[in-house]
Ligand binder design. Sequence first.
Ligand SMILES: CC(C)(COP(=O)(O)OP(=O)(O)OC[C@H]1O[C@@H](n2cnc3c(N)ncnc32)[C@H](O)[C@@H]1OP(=O)(O)O)[C@@H](O)C(=O)NCCC(=O)NCCS
Length: 416
Amino acid sequence: MGFDFECVRVATATARTSMETRLRLVNEDELDEYARAVTRGFGHHFDANIFESYRAAISSGRALAAFDGSDIVGTVLSYSLELYVPGGMLPATLLDSVTVQPTHRRQGILTKMTAWSMKDFHERGEVLSCLGASESVIYGRFGYGPATLQVDFTLERPHTKFSHFPEVGGKLRFVEKPEASSLFPGITHRACSERPGYLKGSEKLWDLYFADPEPYRESASALFMVVYEEDGRPEGYVTYRVREGRVIVHELMPATREAHAALWRYCFGIDLMHTTHAPKRPLDDPLPWMLADPRRLRQSVRDDLWLRLVDVREALARRTYSSEGRLVLEISDAFCPWNEGRYVLEGGPDGADCRPTSSEPDLVLSAGDLAAGYLGAISFTNLCIAGRAEERRKGALEVADAMFRSSQAPWWPNDF
Ligand SMILES: CC(C)(COP(=O)(O)OP(=O)(O)OC[C@H]1O[C@@H](n2cnc3c(N)ncnc32)[C@H](O)[C@@H]1OP(=O)(O)O)[C@@H](O)C(=O)NCCC(=O)NCCS
C-alpha cells in the first residue's frame, strides 16, 4: 500500500481558522478518547458500560481522527465489508461514527477527513464506500448519492387484519444473545444475499448489535429477539423494542414467505401494544398487499444507504446488468478526480466491460448521481427530469434504466 498512514498534516481550510489539524489513524491506547469523542459528537455522554463492545468494533475497523494538538476533534471510522451489487459482492467500506466536535464544526474538518479517506480507500482497492447519513444534506458534496430507499410502516392494532395469508406451519420462540448471534447472520445472508444494498457485516459489528447499547435505544426497552423455525430450521427472525404501547421493530428478517407472514402477525398481536412501528423496510415489502385495509398502513419513504463509487470504472465493470446495453457516460467528479472522464460501458446479465473512451457521451452526470442510480433505486430518467443527469443521445435513458433496473428493491437491511 503506497499511502502513508502515519501522519497527514493539513492546514484546515480557509480564513475561517488558522488552526492546523493533524489526521491519522488512532492507536489502541487512544480508543477510549476516540469513543468519548464519537459519543460527544452525537450529543451523548460517554457510557463506559458499552465501551468493551464498542472498542472491539472500533478495532475491527480503521479509526481515523483529526487532532487539534492532542485533542481528538474529528472521527471517521471505516469498516472493510462487502456490498452486494447485481452479479456478486464488491469490496466496500462502511463509514461510521462520523463526527466533528461541536467546538470545531464548519471549519472544513469533515471535508479533510473525507478527502483523506477517499484516497485511502482508492489505494486499498475498495471500489465502493457507503454510509447511513444522519442528515441528507451532508454527503452529496463528497460524491455520495442515495442508493437505497427505505419505507417506514406504522399501523394501529385495530387495522392489522389480513386478507391474504399463507399456510404457516412453523413455530416462534424467544432467543437470547448467544443463540441469536449464531443464528441471525446466517438468516440475514439467506434472506438478502441477492438484494442490492446488502452489506455483509463482520462478526464484531454483529457483537455490537447484540450488545444493544443503551444510547441506541431511544428510551425504549432492550431488544426482544424472536426466531421463526420450521421443523427446527431457522427461517426468519424479528428484533424489536417496546415503548409506551408501541412495538418498535428493529429488524424483521424473513428468509421465506411463511416466515414473513408469521413474523408480521406476531408483531401485530403482542398484548398490551396498540401500535406497530417498523422503520427501514424495503420498498417491495409485500405487507400492504396482505392487509385487509392497506390504506391504514401509514408509509413514509426516505433515502437510506448513501453510496460513493470510489472507482467508477471498476464499479461499472465488476457487476452484471438486467439487460444488454451499451452506454458512453461522461462523469464529473471534483472530489475524486481520478474518476473524471468518459467511459464506454457494455454490459448485460453475464457481465460487463468498462473502459475509457473519447467518444461523444450518451449521458452526462456526476459520480454522485451515478451512485444514486447504480443499484437501481432511482431511475436515470428521474435523475434527468430532476436536473441531475443530461441525456445527449436520444434513447440513452431508456437503455440505462433497463440495464440498471433491479428485480428486488435495493435495500440496506442492517445498520451495518
Ligand atoms: C456532520 C459533521 C460531521 C460536519 O462536520 P464539519 O467539520 O462541520 O463539516 P465541514 O466543515 O467539512 O463542512 C463542509 C460543508 O458541509 C456543510 N455541512 C456540513 N455538515 C452540515 C450539516 N449537518 N448541515 C448542513 N450543512 C452541513 C458545511 O456548511 C460546509 O459547507 P460549505 O463548504 O458550503 O461551507 C458535524 O456537523 C457533526 O459532527 N454533526 C453531528 C454528528 C453527525 O450528524 N455526523 C454525521 C453522521 S452520518
